[in-house]
Each structure stands twice: as structure tokens, then as C-alpha cells.
Design a protein around this ligand. Structure first.
Ligand SMILES: [Zn+2]
Length: 111
């Protein structure tokens, strides 16, 4: 701690991604955006590393930093798809909270 110097407080699960890690994800993704539906964005500089289970939800679930940042929980998305996914995070988080409180598990809902 102590290196924040007045920045916004960082999520304890935050971990930066090295170029080598991004390159490995790119190879796994066969060189394009991984958003389901066949997005063809293939310029690595336009692809962003996404947490499949977002950090805010990983925190709720008690995931460790290692679990949260495992390559299995990462994917490459183009900026528009990343923004579209992030826009659903709040609703997903609310759903997780609801389930953790004993609510029913809902399947197949659209956002
Ligand atoms: Zn895309």
C-alpha cells in the first residue's frame, strides 16, 4: 500500500497485463476479438483485455487475485464489444447479489 498518491483507490484485485500475456491471449483467441458472434477485429492494438467475471463480481464471490487474473478469466475484446459488455456488469452484479441472498437462479435472460 501507500503508492496511491491521491489516485482513485485501486481495486485489490487489480493486476496489470504484460505484453507477453496479451500476446498469449491473442494467440489463444486465434487473432481476433473473442466476443461471441464472430467479431472480426484482429488488430491487437485495438483489442483490450477483459475479465470475463468482472473484478467487482469476483470480489463478491471472494475470488483471490490469482483466480481473478487467471488467463481462464481473461479474454480479448475490441473496444465497442468491451463497452457493451461493461454496460451489462451492473445488472449481472445485482443478479449475483440476489442469488447470494438466496434468490432464484435465472437462466437465459437477456439484458
Ligand atoms: Zn469485437
Amino acid at each position: 500500500m501507500g503508492k496511491e498518491r491521491g489516485e482513485r483507490k485501486r481495486c485489490p484485485l487489480y493486476q496489470s497485463v504484460s505484453r507477453a500475456q496479451k500476446r498469449a491471449l491473442y494467440e489463444r483467441a486465434q487473432g481476433h476479438c473473442e466476443w461471441p458472434g464472430g467479431c472480426k477485429e484482429s488488430d491487437i492494438s485495438k483489442l483490450q483485455v477483459d475479465h470475463i467475471t468482472p473484478r467487482c463480481i469476483a470480489r463478491l464471490l471472494g475470488w483471490s487475485k490469482a483466480q481473478t487474473n487467471d488467463p481462464m478469466n481473461r479474454q480479448l475484446l475490441c473496444k465497442p464489444d468491451h463497452q457493451m459488455k461493461d454496460a451489462t456488469t451492473r445488472a449481472k452484479k445485482e443478479q449475483v447479489i440476489y442469488q447470494m441472498r438466496g434468490g432464484m437462479i435465472r437462466f437465459g435472460e437477456h439484458q
